[in-house]
Design a protein around this ligand. Structure first.
Ligand SMILES: [Zn+2]
Length: 140
């Protein structure tokens, strides 16, 4: 449904409320949105411990309304705080607010991740690499 809405939309600004790379839309929609629109603002929203919903505002590329500066990150790394690349970042399948830009950050954030997972009553054995998924699986 999100893709069909975006296909039909002819305006300049898209406001997306949801979980990027998670439970809202799909990878094809997110790829289409990033190709046709530039992210201009990210507004964090209240979340449960296992979700990462946000309001993102996008301007159509070539419309003259997008800021020529560097766009904000859609998802920030839980390890270093930097942007998580959409084509190389990973997110925890069990705790969506945990996302990482690199394996180095996955490894260095293990203790904090243990605490976040324990807060959700999830055992640390679930922190292994296979419990991470590419942020945009198969879309880029
Ligand atoms: Zn990082």
């Amino acid at each position: 449904m999100a893709r069909r809405c975006l296909d039909a939309f002819k305006g300049r600004t898209v406001c997306h409320v949801g979980e990027w790379g998670g439970m809202t839309g799909d990878a094809t929609f997110e790829k289409q949105l990033t190709e046709s629109f530039q992210l201009v603002k990210v507004v964090p929203l209240p979340n449960w411990t296992n979700t990462c919903y946000a309001l993102t505002v996008w301007q159509r590329r070539g419309s003259g309304t997008a800021d020529p500066g560097a766009p904000p990150a859609v998802v920030c790394c839980s390890g270093c705080g930097g942007p998580v690349p959409l084509d190389g970042g990973v997110r925890s399948r069990l705790c969506h607010r945990l996302a990482y830009c690199s394996q180095t950050c996955v490894d260095s954030h293990a203790d904090d991740r243990d605490a976040a997972m324990a807060a959700q009553l999830l055992p640390s054995v679930l922190h292994r690499r296979q419990h991470f998924t590419p942020l945009l699986a198969g879309s880029l």
